[in-house]
Write a new protein. Structure first.
Length: 440
């Protein structure tokens, strides 16, 4: 990132620089990224409780089949995305991504108006929002990995991620308070408006990016080119990238096992649709309250002092014990603690750490391989984990066996995180050794 003359800092930028290790010349980019993530993630998390409510209507058995459809759509979207990246400049397709989501939410909200939910429209919305949230998140971080260098990602990604967490706090909080008055369709309209705001924030961030020298800008803001299917080959030919893909598979498996147990207990304890939407919204805003505090005050400092390895191994180790507690109890209160603990720590530590793992890699890998891992690999793992959950539960082993299975997966997740962290640190040492040699 260009570090020449720093622009005047806004009051909010000066506040962020006091809370986190941000240099004056980085404030404009960090503030723009913070608010882009805020509106994007607020839009998603405001409508996420509606998705979960629709999930309780579909039913856990049928929902596992819906996840197969979601994984298929995730695979089909990759060549389309690869073709867009290859042919269009980032300054064109990035804002359009948010605009398309806003239009779909508006149309879906119109179809869900009324006392009962149209199940066909509900299933479409469930699949769409499950695919697009990972897609948008992947594209967002890909652009930031291009905007900031490897050392900056350690210091800045925590506070930028806090923008998303603040949005993920505000979105479900508004849904929790407003759903009784505006209904589920009104929540979707609210989410559409937030994605429109994200379009303007993306434009601002692109303007910050374009503030580099004209020559650098002309060289960087061009179609990446290449094969639309290159993401798959880039993953298979690199053990490091393949390790990141497997790391995401373990994340998905842990999340899926908890997700279905959460659906079961909410369905049993909360009879009305509005109550279910409220409880899912409360899960979200409590999680994000804890997350944003951790991201502002802890993530960047932990990464800077202890490295990426600490960010991506701490949470899996904690989850081994959390699943054990769930296996021995199975109460809704214990599940609540485990879900909030897992999600808040994953957003605060694992997510920024996982994004930092991509920083040493080239531009094509950051966009194409990363998006392949973040969307079809993640959703494919979701579908397989859902079928595994159904098999274990259907075989009569019960919720305790599912929890012990989760503990085993978490152990593998921790070991892989340690290995990836070591590989990342080795690459850093190699780059550090090359830098003085290049200057001689």
């Amino acid at each position: 990132m260009n570090t020449s003359a720093p622009p005047p800092a806004s009051p909010f930028g000066r506040l962020l620089s006091r809370l986190a290790p941000i240099h004056p010349n980085e404030i404009a980019a960090v503030v723009a990224a913070f608010f882009l993530f805020f509106f994007m993630w607020s839009g998603y998390f405001s409508v996420r409780p509606v998705r979960e409510t629709i999930g309780t209507i579909i039913g856990r058995d049928k929902l596992a089949d819906i996840w197969i459809i979601t994984s298929v759509v995730s695979v089909l979207i990759i060549p389309v995305y690869g073709a867009v990246v290859a042919r269009f400049r980032r300054s064109v397709f990035l804002p359009w991504a948010y605009g398309i989501v806003a239009i779909v939410l508006l149309i879906t909200g119109l179809s869900l108006r009324g006392e009962s939910i149209n199940l066909g429209a509900g299933k479409f919305f469930y699949v769409f929002i499950s695919v697009v949230n990972l897609f948008l998140l992947s594209v967002f971080w890909s652009f930031l990995l291009e905007l900031f260098d490897r050392q900056q990602t350690k210091r800045l990604f925590g506070v930028i991620a806090a923008g998303g967490s603040a949005g993920a706090l505000c979105g479900p909080l508004v849904s929790d308070l407003a759903v009784r008055f505006i209904g589920n369709s009104g929540v979707l309209f609210f989410g559409a408006a937030l994605f429109v705001a994200a379009i303007f924030c993306q434009r601002v961030l692109l303007g910050v990016w374009s503030a580099r020298t004209d020559a650098a800008n002309r060289a960087e803001d061009r179609p990446i080119g290449g094969n639309p299917f290159a993401g798959v080959t880039l993953i298979l030919r690199s053990p490091y990238v393949l390790g990141i893909a497997l790391f995401v598979v373990f994340i998905s498996c842990v999340n899926t096992l908890l997700y279905f147990e959460q659906l079961r207990l909410v369905e049993e304890n909360f009879p009305t649709l509005e109550n279910r939407t409220q409880i899912f919204a409360r899960f979200d805003w409590v999680v994000q309250t804890l997350t944003v505090l951790s991201q502002v005050f802890l993530t960047g400092r932990i990464a800077d002092k202890f490295g990426v390895k600490a960010l991506i191994t701490f949470v899996p180790v904690i989850m081994i014990f959390a699943f054990g507690a769930l296996a021995m109890s199975g109460a809704f209160a214990v599940l609540t603690v485990v879900v909030i603990l897992r999600r808040s720590m994953e957003y605060a530590f694992v997510r920024p750490g996982r994004e930092m793992l991509w920083s040493p890699l080239d531009k094509e890998t950051k966009y194409k391989a990363k998006n392949t891992v973040d969307v079809p690999v993640y959703r494919g793992a979701d579908a397989l984990s859902a079928q595994l959950n159904n098999f274990v539960a259907g075989a009569g082993f019960g919720a305790g066996a599912v929890a012990w299975l989760g503990a085993g997966v978490a152990a593998l997740w921790a070991l892989l995180g340690w290995w990836l962290g070591r590989r990342f640190e080795d690459h850093e040492k190699l780059q550090g050794a090359r830098a003085p040699a290049a200057q001689r």
